[in-house]
Design a protein around this ligand. Structure first.
Ligand SMILES: [Zn+2]
Ligand SMILES: [Zn+2]
Length: 112
């Protein structure tokens, strides 16, 4: 009992491991639906600031809901982490930007 080596590499926490994994998976599943659309918005606001890229109007924490994220290439699935496809536009400029398109779906998706 006394010459027990210290460098035991125990490799059997079987029950615990299974437990951790299931929690992680649960968290992943929980995060997926939430990051659907609101995630890139927050990021874009952080990267580009609370200001409309078109009219220069500034916003703060209270009025930030008037600021929306425009996708330069029009592809809402194209969300590069550096924000190169995003443009922060106030809802008026954004509406203007999409005046030729159907913005209804996009705006209703932003409202929460
Ligand atoms: Zn604007
Ligand atoms: Zn847009």
């Amino acid at each position: 009992m006394k010459n027990r080596p210290y460098r035991i590499h125990k490799k059997h926490p079987p029950q615990k491991k299974g437990c951790d994994e299931s929690i992680e998976e649960t968290l992943k599943k929980l995060q997926k639906p939430g990051s659907k659309g609101s995630d890139y918005r927050e990021r874009s606001l952080k990267i580009h600031g609370l200001i409309c890229a078109k009219c220069g109007r500034e916003f703060d924490e209270k009025t930030r809901n008037l600021l929306t994220v425009h996708h330069r290439d029009g592809n809402h699935l194209n969300n590069p982490p550096d924000g190169s496809n995003w443009e922060n536009l106030c809802i008026y400029c954004h509406d203007d930007e999409h005046s030729r398109e159907l913005l209804g779906n996009y705006l209703s998706d932003q409202k929460e």
